[in-house]
Write a protein that binds this ligand. Structure first.
Ligand SMILES: CC(C)(COP(=O)(O)OP(=O)(O)OC[C@H]1O[C@@H](n2cnc3c(N)ncnc32)[C@H](O)[C@@H]1OP(=O)(O)O)[C@@H](O)C(=O)NCCC(=O)NCCS
Ligand SMILES: [Zn+2]
Length: 362
């Protein structure tokens, strides 16, 4: 990608400069100060930091040294597609999820540069964070993307969300608070980016396995439930992750690929919880970024249209489910149990509680 193209990318987001004349992406004290008021995510970040096990050497920067009992770790943000650190991220992913579950390293590298696997430009660049221990070994990888929410007119609303793609900590470093620190960094960066683009970061959300619920709860995420029947009956929203691999000739899901039930989890940073419309905008943002493939991925217009229609159909079904259900509530595991103990009927999206979670998972 040429420098010209990169600048073009900035231009699409509304000019190269922030309102104070600093280049976007470079620190601007005024933006940072204003964002304290305009970005509720920063209050969440402050709360998370105040309860952190670590001392962050530079609490205003996503890339900082963090320290616990004299042991130092370093959080890095990887923005260069050629960075050797991406090979270390890839290794952590493969060690955790297995080779067959992980995209080739070249796809990770393209995504960091803001390109799809087919060489077309993505709206946003993949955000990848890595934490190293004192020996310089990669112990935590964290990745996601800062996405625009779109309105009914198909245009960005000015509100954004951070979608987490994955969090991984090496087996021998788990439950030390590292993934939580990486999350803090990712949200801090997204809030500042939103501020510099004149937008507001509203939500962090993701498609979550049942094994990692407690981790997501610990950073404030909750599952979504809709009233179904009387006031004491709720059912979790049945979120579906569309197939992730397709036949480029036909546009049909590839033979070994299929839709998978997952838990939708979200945090609204202490502000009002998302309403039904915002839930749909969030899922639309997931699908735009992860699931709807570009024309360049297919051999024909028909295959392209078929693939996009497949994803749109899943989105439509989710929308119908939402529209036909009652009021939404958001619960973490602890509050769900409390509600149950108080006589509330809660049905889980139990189709998502399957798969190969090892005994070390939770
Ligand atoms: C999920 C995962 C990334 C968490 O990484 P981590 O570095 O261990 O997480 P942290 O130590 O920052 O966890 C923060 C909090 O989450 C909760 N938590 C984390 N692991 C937990 C576990 N095994 N059981 C219960 N709670 C847990 C705890 O409250 C913890 O804080 P505390 O130890 O101070 O109480 C890690 O377990 C992992 O790599 N799992 C396999 C991959 C995966 O499932 N990723 C998520 C989906 S992509
Ligand atoms: Zn500024």
């Amino acid at each position: 990608m040429s420098i010209h193209d990169q600048r073009g990318g900035f231009e699409r987001m509304g000019g190269d400069m922030c309102p104070h004349g600093n280049f976007k992406g470079s620190p601007c004290a005024a933006c940072q100060q204003e964002s304290q008021k305009k970005q509720p995510a920063l209050q969440t970040i402050e709360q998370l930091m105040s309860k952190s096990k670590f001392k962050r050497l530079n609490p205003e920067s996503a890339t900082t040294q963090i320290e616990i009992e004299g042991k130092k770790f370093q959080i890095e943000s990887i923005e260069d597609r050629e960075s050797p650190a991406l090979a270390e991220v890839q290794k952590l992913l493969i060690d955790t999820f297995g080779e067959e579950e992980v995209d080739p390293e070249e796809i990770l590298r393209s995504a960091v540069a803001g390109e799809t696997a087919w060489g077309t430009t993505d709206e946003t660049k993949y955000k990848v964070y890595l934490i190293r221990n004192e020996q310089g070994e990669a112990v935590t990888a964290f990745a996601g993307d800062h996405l625009d929410l779109h309105g009914a007119d198909n245009r960005p609303t000015g509100e954004t969300m951070f979608m987490v793609a994955y969090a991984v900590t090496a087996q021998n470093a788990r439950q030390g608070g590292l993934a939580r620190e990486a999350y803090i960094s990712a949200v801090m960066d997204a809030a500042l980016e939103a501020q510099q683009n004149g937008k507001q970061l509203k939500f962090a959300a993701g498609e979550c396995t049942f094994t990692s619920e407690k981790f997501w709860n610990s950073v404030g995420w909750k599952r979504a439930y809709a009233q179904s029947g009387d006031k004491k009956t709720y059912e979790e929203l049945r979120y579906i992750q569309p197939a992730l691999d397709f036949d480029e000739k036909t546009g049909e899901p590839a033979e070994d690929a299929g839709a998978v039930a997952e838990h939708f989890m979200v945090d609204s940073f202490g502000a009002e919880t998302p309403d039904k419309n915002q839930i749909m905008q969030t899922i639309d943002a997931f699908y735009r970024w992860c699931n709807k493939w570009p024309r360049a991925a297919f051999e024909s217009d028909e295959a392209f249209q078929k693939q996009n229609a497949y994803v749109a159909q899943i989105e439509e079904e989710f929308k119908n489910q939402l529209e036909s259900s009652g009021q939404l509530i958001f619960l973490d595991a602890a509050n769900r149990e409390k509600a149950r103990a108080a006589g509330v009927n809660i049905t889980e999206h139990s189709a998502a509680d399957q798969g190969h979670a090892g005994k070390e998972d939770f």
